[in-house]
Design a binder for this molecule. Sequence first.
Ligand SMILES: *Cc1c(COP(=O)(O)O)cnc(C)c1O
Length: 373
Amino acid sequence: MPYGHQYIDESDVAAVAAALRGEWLTTGPTVAAFEAEIAAIAGTDDAVVVTSGTAALHVAYAAAGVTSGDQVIVPALTFAATASTASLLGAEIVFADVEEDTGNIDPESVAALATERTAVISAVDYAGHPADIDVLLPIARAAGALVLEDAAHSIGSTLRERPVGSLADLTTFSFFPTKNMTTAEGGAVVSNSEALITASRGFRGHGLVRDRAEQRYPNEGPWHQEIHKLGLNYRLPDVLCALGVNQIRRLAEFKASRTAVFERYQDGLGDLDGLTLPTKRSDVDPMWHLFPVRVHDGRRREVFERLREEGILVQVNYMPVYWHPYYEDLGYRRGLCPVAERYYSEEISLPMYAHLDASDQDRVIEALRSILA
Ligand SMILES: *Cc1c(COP(=O)(O)O)cnc(C)c1O
């Protein structure tokens, strides 16, 4: 039993097969169709699909204009890509600590760290619980920075009844198999800013300018295209977009199922002393990607190993990013973000996915109860 798993059914298989039989394997009409579906879920005018959640972060930081000399504020408790993609663009990463209850970036820590050098403040919706973007936006505006929401965990979640995607200046999604929906590999950038969407599309496709009105040498010939700004090839093929269209139409079903798993854990583990269960604040409706529990009394490793021995393939999300030797070698030291470090030292992600059946879940609950008894 893994900690996360895709949920593929025959309708997904049929959608991919139809795409393979069609004319367009890539750069075809299913790309725009998938982008329209994502924008509808995210509450934005547009979306830009790319080859991974990591590519989405790279594209979003590039669209935000992140460059050497800039600072980007990132929570310590996240997957390294939230930071590494900004590092690749030359930014200096400033790690913010997280909140005790949600594991999300702490606005007070952000307010203390933001300066005129801050280009982007990145929030991660840890486990699917939206970060409070409404509080981060005024802090960012005062520093002249943008807010990026790394929503790799949280497509389908809402904050104060507004969908994740419509909250921050830029939001990125991941469609890796363990995430809330999948295209095998894939991701997307959404924004309500036309300029940021245009810049994202540019970076996804080599920065090629095809519009004559914008070209420097429009009379070169009908074949002519120009590069004004560098980009990469991060195009998501139609074959995978077809899977994405079918998956996103099942998102409400996935959310109901993940909510039921969340509630069954709350009922089955809520009374255990040695364990803290994830918090859900009253103003959010999360689509749960992870079920992160915190094991007390220094027993995390023991509990992790005993669950694994029973075939329950739990995970730890995440080691503080600056503990990675790459960041340590840049001078970041342990102790920098104590709340994130304590969170990491206690955390285990229990199996959480859309078709986890009740009897398997009860086996997880029983195993934990007997280990902690
Ligand atoms: C999964 C994940 C990513 C990267 O997404 P990929 O699709 O695996 O590249 C980025 N940030 C967070 C928080 C993630 O969980």
